[in-house]
Design a binder for this molecule. Structure first.
Ligand code: ATP
Ligand code: MG
Length: 337
């Protein structure tokens, strides 16, 4: 069936298949994806090439995570009929454009990328692979191959979108063309959800997250271990809400804002125990995740549908990718020797 999407603006965004998706993905990215899937022609990319940059010896993990990511996407309500789920490695044009765009990027620019710097520090390795170092450029290629207008992402991705915009300007100037346009970033409701251990970002790699597939028991155990206010010894001590992980999660997931305001006031006056606040959070998160987990298990039992979604989405993206690459080779004078 021909998709009625040609008049729509495009979105390209994605995830790395490095594990199951967590609450940070939901409030930082997926929520926007869900809201925009009717309005835009969406390409949701599973960046398996990119994951190899720091998980080279873990091919099994990547393979499993490709499926986990799609299951999580379908579980939260992304619709594979409306949007395209795309496997990066199935479309060689991603690698080709990535290689070409690498030529446009001064090393000093990559060196200054704050997200990359933080991630390299986090890896605690003496040597980071050139592939990992270069992943922001691979993301630029992902976005530009689809000629996307909008990229809904978490805050950590902003420097990569800025890089993409710089590449577009340089490419269009050098080749006196307009084939690429500068994409815009769209940040989620919670730009960066903190880790349950108090680290600045919940992340798959740091294993400091509550996953969209966690059971009620896992959720309760994780909430129990969450950081609260280290200065508070007794429940009657005045507590701090700012920088308190439990309240960061309540801010993100507890819908009754006036109730939450009253709760914060009681906490600040030392009128409520940590354990009570944690119980409220655990209940809130269990209720939020229950329908997602249920839908996930439906799709896990219907793997044919999941694999078909990947195949069909990738085919739609391939058509766009091939068209873009023909234009790129043409303006760069490649294959006309
Ligand atoms: P990894 O640790 O393997 O890099 P990750 O948890 O950072 O995994 P990604 O696949 O790199 O997840 O990110 C996918 C998308 O989710 C990006 O748009 C990213 O900005 C967003 N995202 C990831 N973690 C968070 C978070 N804690 N808060 C808000 N957005 C997030
Ligand atoms: Mg990441």
């Amino acid at each position: 069936m021909e998709k009625e999407t040609t008049h729509k603006k495009r979105i390209l965004t994605g995830m790395r298949p490095t594990g199951k998706l967590h609450l940070g993905h939901y409030v930082g990215a997926l929520e926007n994806w869900l809201a925009l899937q009717n309005e835009y022609e969406c390409f949701f990319l599973i960046a398996d090439y990119q994951a190899l940059g720091d998980h080279l010896g873990e091919t099994e993990r990547i393979r499993n995570s490709v499926i986990d990511v799609v299951l999580d996407w379908m579980a939260v309500g992304l619709d594979h009929e409306k949007s395209s789920f795309v496997v990066q490695s199935y479309i060689p044009e991603y690698a080709e454009l990535f290689m070409l765009l690498s030529m446009f990027v001064p090393l000093s620019l990559v060196d200054r990328n704050p997200t990359l710097k933080a991630e390299i520090a986090q890896q605690k390795k003496s040597d980071v692979s050139l592939g990992f170092y270069n992943y922001p450029v691979s993301q630029a290629a992902d976005i530009l191959l689809s000629q996307a207008h909008l990229v809904p992402v978490g805050e950590d991705q902003l420097p990569h979108i800025e890089l993409t915009r710089e590449i577009v300007r340089k490419f269009n100037t050098i080749y006196n063309t307009k084939i690429f346009q500068e994409p815009k970033a769209l940040i989620g409701r919670i730009p960066r959800l903190v880790g349950i251990d108090g680290q600045a970002k919940a992340s798959k790699s740091l294993n400091n997250a509550i996953f969209l597939s966690d059971s009620p028991e896992e959720i309760k155990a994780k909430v129990k271990k969450m950081y609260t206010d280290p200065t508070r010894i007794r429940a009657t001590d005045p507590g701090h809400v700012e920088g308190n992980v439990v309240f960061s999660y309540l801010d993100a997931f507890y819908n009754d804002k006036s109730d939450l305001k009253a709760l914060k006031e009681r906490y600040e006056k030392g009128q409520i125990k940590d354990v009570e606040v944690k119980q409220l959070l655990a209940e809130t998160l269990c209720a939020f995740i229950a329908p997602i987990r249920e839908k996930r298990s439906y799709y896990a039992n219907n793997m044919k549908e999941v694999r078909r979604a990947l195949q069909e989405g990738t085919e739609r993206a391939r058509t766009v990718a091939q068209k873009t690459m023909t234009q790129v080779r043409d303006v760069m004078g490649i294959t006309k020797y």
